[in-house]
Write a protein that binds this ligand. Sequence first.
Ligand code: PPS
Length: 285
Amino acid sequence: MAGEYFTYKGVLFPCHDYTPEALSYVENEFQVRDDDVFNVTYPKSGTNWMLEILSLIRCEGDPGWVRSVPNWERAPWVEHKVGLEAALKYPPPRLLCSHLPVQLFPKSLQRSEAKIIYTLRCPKDVLVSLYHFSHILRFVKDPGSLDSFLEDFLSGNVTYGSWFDHVIGWMGLKDNKNFFSITYEELQQDLPGSVRRICRFLGKELSEEQVAAVAENASFQSMKGNKMSNYSQLSDKYIDHEKGQFLRKGICGDWRNHLSETQSQRFDTVYQEQMQRLGMTFPWD
Ligand code: PPS
């Protein structure tokens, strides 16, 4: 099954971890609770970083939970076959993750007070991170050359579909009081300040010491050294640990080390065409 895909409502998914039945269940039957907190992202945008921040906020900066329970159990991915089972058994209040585009997200969200935290990242860095990750993940097809992967990415011929559709779709909720968006770049620039903003959105009061403890324990170095957060525990069936690490570089602007001038210009042309639909600017613009 490695490298095989199906499309669900026009969006690509690998057969290994997803089924059309589970996606349909999540979209139409999964019951979102008012006290759910969802960590939503397009892949490689800082999902696991935000997961760590939210886990630590929940524990007021105490690292006990993040050092004893794997991240995928702390906040399961609802659309995964395995994650869905865990989400259904999760005692409330639930912390959940999803990469789903808004149109495939559980419809019951509309009738709930659940909170959504949407993290975005410079799409050129997303592309580069995804390209590297595709080499170490066993159940996805070989990404081929960076040139061909760039075209797949720009046309949405990648798992979870188009970055542009994902961002434009989710940012359509930006005026909703239960929706909060933040960029990977803002997290990099001011992690304690970002933690304070997230706490305000969640209605969680943390002392300055607790905010500092969240930031320290969610740093790249802390996460890299924590086997509950660095995916070193994930079975070799999923990741080829010899080929690379999940926590690869953790920086902004790594695309400059990988994309040629021509590739970067090609990206910019499509970006400008597509993002006109949104009419917002981001730190990477
Ligand atoms: S996934 O597979 O879609 O869930 O990946 P995701 O977690 O969204 O993104 C992985 C990238 O995020 C980087 N990362 C971090 N950067 C800075 N600080 C911290 N604490 C951190 N944690 C994860 C990770 O290294 C991946 O980016 P790249 O550019 O590949 O290093």
